[in-house]
Design a protein around this ligand. Structure first.
Ligand SMILES: NC(=O)c1ccc[n+]([C@@H]2O[C@H](COP(=O)([O-])OP(=O)(O)OC[C@H]3O[C@@H](n4cnc5c(N)ncnc54)[C@H](OP(=O)(O)O)[C@@H]3O)[C@@H](O)[C@H]2O)c1
Length: 243
């Protein structure tokens, strides 16, 4: 079960954190995985060196639309597209700058849409494709200092439902995996603050933050042949935080 031999996969933002855990598991299950970093090939290579299986390292800053096109040129077509990379700014709503709005929408939403546009034609031709976007529990419980980030994730969920329906006749599934609070480099500083951390954990029914490896099996299911009848859903991996 969950054998990905013969499949190719791109996991954006797989140089660390959740993306790295996803890439690690997809490679272990037999896929050839493109490990992606925003700008440092060395960083992608460091991550890939810890993975078992077939990996190829690529770079591209998704804040730059030209580099989104460049990423497709580096990988060629893939069977499994995991749009995991995101940018997140913490700022009270009335301080959010136009630049912060643009970068978050570009990386989290526009680049995701463009990557789907680039990779889907071949998936349609092959009659097989798996698109998995990485959302957030903030789709349901938005943090007051991350309004644009939360909105960008809701916008992607709308794409998942819209495109999931359109691509279903072609053997292409489109799903979202929404993590709750997962201990990664992104939130290491915030969670190191004991008082803040205590408040956050109080909002998680399971009482603790997840690990990156908690998210990867959910993506594997959605990427696999076994997940072929699942499309247009949000698979929430959050220790009950959404409830
Ligand atoms: N951690 C959580 O608690 C949590 C909760 C809910 C949702 N999520 C979502 O889960 C996903 C992964 O989160 P994470 O915590 O693992 O994040 P992370 O530790 O901050 O890692 C982010 C990854 O995205 C890449 N990235 C960032 N900006 C980029 C850009 N402009 N262009 C291309 N790549 C870029 C980074 O590459 P470089 O390092 O090479 O720059 C890195 O590989 C994100 O979509 C996030 O929104 C996380």
């Amino acid at each position: 079960m969950f054998d990905l031999t013969g499949k190719t996969a791109l996991v954006t933002g797989s140089s660390q954190g959740i993306g790295k855990a996803i890439a690690t598991l997809l490679a272990k299950q037999g896929a050839k995985v493109f490990v992606h970093a925003s700008s440092s090939l060395e960083k992608a290579q460091r991550a890939a060196s810890e993975m078992v299986g077939d990996t190829v390292c690529v770079v591209g800053n998704l804040a730059n639309p030209d580099e989104v096109e460049g990423l497709y040129k580096q990988t060629g077509d893939v069977d499994i597209l995991v749009c995991n990379a995101s940018v997140q700014y913490r700022n009270p709503w009335d301080n959010v700058t136009p630049e912060e709005i643009e970068t978050q929408l570009q990386v989290n939403f526009k680049a995701t849409y463009r990557l789907i546009q680039l990779y889907v034609p071949k998936m349609k031709e092959k009659g097989f494709g798996r698109i998995i976007t990485v959302g957030s529990v903030q789709q349901y419980k938005p943090h007051k200092d991350m309004p644009i980030y939360a909105a960008s994730k809701c916008a992607v969920m709308s794409l998942v439902e819209n495109l999931g329906k359109q691509f279903a006749p072609f053997g292409i599934t489109v799903n979202n995996m929404s993590p709750g609070v997962i201990a990664t480099p992104r939130n290491a500083d915030a969670l190191a603050d004991a008082e803040y951390s205590k408040k956050v954990m109080a909002g998680i029914p399971m009482g603790y933050a997840g690990e990156d490896k908690d998210c990867a099996p959910a993506v594997l299911l959605l990427a696999s042949e076994e997940g072929r009848y699942i499309t247009g859903i949000d698979l929430v991996v959050d220790g009950g935080m959404k409830l």
